[in-house]
Design a binder for this molecule. Structure first.
Ligand code: UDX
Length: 445
């Protein structure tokens, strides 16, 4: 089948590459000519395991094209994906200007039937807005061309996006049209060979499903983070509590890890956007607001601990930081806890010496060159002469460090572990003080 994808951001590029890999003939359109040129030259704008090779292969074999020419994109295919950004505006609402601009572009240049697929995460009611936008433009053109708008939200995890897209848990299709259902079934046929993953529903339910999924996951994390605070004050260990409750199948082991807060481009934005949608219909979404508030507070936990450990005096201290990205296997720094921590440390006159396997370039881009930030090439060199070690991201490279070496390198033998990577007793046996999240004794820091 022929497919056009508007937007070569994270979602659009992964989706386009995977559809091309399924054998479809895919054209990607973006207004950013630098990005398009880079892609033609094999330069992928984001770090995502497996993405470079699948883009290169499909581009090389002619199934994946890149262009800034929207007219070419509209003509190319009946199926038109909208995968452009929906950045939050000042009050947390998803800004639809890019989505609606693509809708107008498609309507302006279409000369034959189109199925417009909303792939971006958009508030409930957006498909209706896209539909009216397209109908309006067609009306001013004096044309009546058959068109449909379908909601098909993505559920990609950064760091596992290619795999999630190739082998999705579910493919949500929001449409009332039998014709569109059949086309979507054909498009996604390679995902359904062993097991039917298509779930059809009305368009508004599909739009809400995406928010409900992310908000449920964010709720699980904030719930555990709240219990972790109680554990600290009550002298319990959240890691035992996690194993204890995860064994109940109704709760499950996934996504119940307490830590220094969730980040990324989805959870913070989507929780805020749903709160905003609730406000717009005069519904006070209390649980969702608390999920956000708990996470906000959780991002300050590491700094509070460090500050208390040094009796409130951080000036002239150097803090070694392992992990900058919001989670492992990505260079994404959006809403990363490391940022909240570094900014608080700098405000108190401390220096940060940081190492991350992928996100150092991005950190440099965000903060530029500053005296109180040193980015170093290995995790070991971050430690030399530092006053304490802090872990913000659970990269595998940090799972089994040489604790004796850490002790030898640090001026103050102490680890603040924002991801509960280590066994406190084991660390303490090496003569290091250890503070995890929700691990009883940590509270005395
Ligand atoms: C998320 C959803 O998982 C995905 O389905 C959706 O499409 C987009 O949003 P992503 O943002 O890539 O994906 O990251 P995810 O792996 O879900 O992690 C989000 C944050 O939660 C990270 O900061 C992670 O460290 C944190 N987290 C996750 C916890 O603190 N505890 C957990 O138990 C799990």
């Amino acid at each position: 089948m022929k497919v056009t994808v508007f937007g070569v951001g994270y979602v659009g590029l992964v989706q386009a590459a995977v559809l091309a890999d399924f054998g479809h003939d895919v054209v990607c359109v973006d207004v950013d000519s630098d990005k398009i040129n880079d892609l033609k030259n094999g330069i992928i704008p984001i770090y995502e395991p497996g993405l470079t090779s699948i883009v290169e292969r499909n581009y090389g074999e002619g199934r994946l094209g890149f262009t800034t020419d929207a007219v070419e994109g509209v003509r190319h295919a009946e199926i038109q994906f909208i995968a452009v950004g929906t950045p939050p505006d000042e009050d947390g609402a998803a800004d639809l200007k890019y989505v609606l601009a693509v809708a107008s572009t498609i309507a302006t240049h279409m000369t034959s039937k189109k199925i417009i697929v909303d792939k971006s995460t958009v508030p409930v009611g957006t498909a209706d807005k896209v539909l009216s936008q397209v109908s309006e433009v067609l009306a001013t053109r004096g044309e009546a061309i058959e068109h449909y708008v379908v909601s098909n939200p993505e559920f990609l995890k950064e760091g596992a996006a290619v795999n999630d897209c190739m082998r999705p848990d579910r493919i949500i299709i929001g449409t009332a049209s039998e014709y569109v259902k059949a086309q979507m079934r054909e498009l996604y046929a390679p995902c359904n060979r062993n097991h039917d993953r298509m779930i059809f529903m009305d368009v508004r339910s599909a739009e809400l499903t995406k928010y409900a999924a992310n908000c449920m996951l964010a709720t699980k994390i904030s719930f555990m983070n709240e219990i972790s605070r109680l554990a600290e004050y009550l002298g319990a260990d959240i890691e035992n509590v996690r194993r204890g409750i995860g064994s109940d199948e109704r709760i499950g082991y996934h996504f119940i890890y307490a830590g220094c807060g969730y980040g990324g481009s989805c959870f913070p934005k989507d929780v805020q956007a749903l709160v905003h949608t609730a406000n717009s219909i005069n519904y006070d979404a209390q649980l969702l607001k608390s999920v956000e508030a708990v996470n906000y507070r959780q991002k300050e936990v590491l700094f509070d601990r460090i500050s208390r450990y040094f009796a409130g005096d951080l000036s002239g201290k150097t803090i070694a930081l392992w992990g900058l990205s919001f989670k492992p296997k990505t260079d994404d720094m959006r809403e990363a806890t490391s940022r909240v921590l570094m900014e608080s440390l700098w405000e108190q006159g401390a220096k940060v010496r940081a190492y991350d396997p992928e996100a150092m370039e991005e950190t440099q881009r965000i903060y530029g060159c500053r005296e109180d930030l040193e980015l170093v090439g290995t995790k070991e060199s971050a430690l030399q002469g530092a006053d304490a070690l802090v872990i913000c991201t659970e990269w595998k490279a940090f799972w089994a460090p040489d604790f004796d070496q850490i002790k030898g390198a640090l001026r103050q033998p102490v680890i603040f572990d924002g991801r509960n990577l280590y066994d406190p007793q084991q660390v303490e046996r090496h003569g290091l003080a250890y503070y995890g999240i929700g691990r009883g004794r940590s509270v005395s820091a």
